[in-house]
Ligand binder design. Structure first.
Ligand code: CA
Length: 408
């Protein structure tokens, strides 16, 4: 379980549950010298060892005649991980995700309270995960981005040499899900690599953590918000989430403190060394172990990470991901925003300014995408078009100068 990618909506960000499962993409070449249909036929014997009936197997592939070409395209796309933490956070912890989360907290208040009571995981954490994975389900509405999971995974198993093992394992698990009747065949959809439903579980993780929280006999993370959110809570609970404890603390770093990054000490020991919370609030859980992380680099803020931060990384093994969940959850729980500034380069935009930038580009007819504060490929193309028209160097980069030019 782990996922990857940082693109547009939470949907592709949702692939995060599998980032650590595999590295870079590879060319789409059949692994053995078989046709796709031959592969599907030969794979049945393996499925049978997992108890998949011939009937289920034939049903799963009845309408599948060829590999999913879009899966191979996406598999070959290698995301460049040059994103800075502040840009990553701007796109995920912003006025929109906070507002939507507060609305969802109201709509699903009873469900969230019940989940909290059963699994001991705060409602704000569950909401933040839902936001990260599919923007509270909004990403699932973009059905053109969805893939039929058995076909997608069979494509990976058949044609993606690097991910062949992943594809085979997940394909088997997806067939088990189908056979168990948790979801109808036409709804067994997910990302190109099989991350499914509101909280984006790959099939093996679904089998391990899936919960039927609304008691209708199905673990339905595709259509049931209670099931999807409880499944996420179950993952954290099973990985020893500590109920009621924080994920960690933002701290100021004393002179030369950066050299201690990665070390584990009790909160009391860190305090003695001069690590304190900005704004003067007291540190808690003084006897708990904490790891010092400086996710924005040596010039950025410090964080003392407690156990729960590392439990969040079981969802997606990324400091960026876990910090984003943590900070969004804080805001949804009514706690203040981070107090220290990230060491952004001169001239770069704040989260709010990125929204303004998109609004201005849209007003002037250069941009027709979502106003979501995410400066992705579409926003950059719009910036280039504007720069071109104004006779500016078309670098596509958001900056204070660019914003000023737009405001004139
Ligand atoms: Ca259910």
């Amino acid at each position: 379980m782990n996922r990857l990618l940082k693109t547009l909506g939470g949907f592709l960000a949702g692939c995060m549950l599998f980032a650590a499962c595999f590295g870079s993409a590879t060319a789409a070449v059949p692994v053995d010298h078989q046709s796709f249909q031959e592969f599907l036929e030969s794979f049945y014997s393996e499925a049978a060892t997992k108890g998949i009936s011939r009937q289920t197997y034939d049903r799963a592939f009845a309408s599948v005649t060829e590999p999913d070409a879009r899966v191979l395209e996406k598999a070959a796309y290698q995301a460049e991980f040059t994103t800075k933490i502040w840009d990553y956070l701007d796109a995920r912890v912003n006025p929109l995700s906070i507002l939507d989360g507060r609305i969802m907290a109201g709509v699903y208040g009873k469900t969230l309270a019940d989940i909290e009571a059963r699994f001991g995981v705060d409602a704000s954490i569950i909401l933040a995960i839902w936001s990260m994975e599919t923007s509270y389900g909004a990403a699932l509405l973009r059905t053109s981005r969805l893939h039929y999971v058995p076909q997608a995974l069979a494509t990976i198993a058949y044609a993606d040499k690097r991910r062949q093992k992943f594809g085979r394992t997940q394909l088997l698990a997806s067939l088990e899900i189908l056979q168990a009747g948790d979801v109808n065949i036409e709804q067994l959809n997910g990302s190109w690599a099989g991350a499914m439903g509101h909280t984006q579980f790959i099939p093996t993780s679904f089998l391990a953590y899936g919960v039927d929280f609304d008691n209708d006999g199905r673990r339905d993370i595709w259509n049931s918000i209670p099931d999807a959110l409880a499944t996420a809570a179950n993952l954290l609970h099973t990985n020893k989430w500590r109920t009621g404890k924080p994920w960690g603390y933002e701290v100021t770093v004393p002179v030369n403190g950066a050299s201690l990054q990665g070390e584990t000490k009790t909160v009391a020991q860190w305090q003695k060394l001069g690590f304190v919370r900005p704004g003067g609030a007291a540190l808690g859980y003084l006897e708990d172990n904490a790891v010092l992380k400086m996710i924005g680099g040596d010039d950025g803020p410090g964080f003392l990470m407690l156990r729960n931060f590392f439990v969040l990384k079981r969802y997606n093994n990324s400091d960026f991901y876990a910090l984003s969940v943590a900070l969004l959850a804080d805001r949804l729980a009514g706690k203040p925003a981070m107090q220290q500034l990230w060491p952004r380069p001169a001239g770069s935009l704040s989260a709010t300014q990125k929204f303004t930038l998109q609004e201005l580009l849209a007003e002037k007819g250069f941009y027709s995408g979502g106003i979501d504060g995410r400066i992705g490929p579409n926003s950059k193309e719009a910036i280039k078009a504007f720069q071109h028209k104004r006779g500016l160097a078309p670098d596509g980069e958001p900056s204070q100068d660019l914003l000023q030019a737009l405001q004139q």
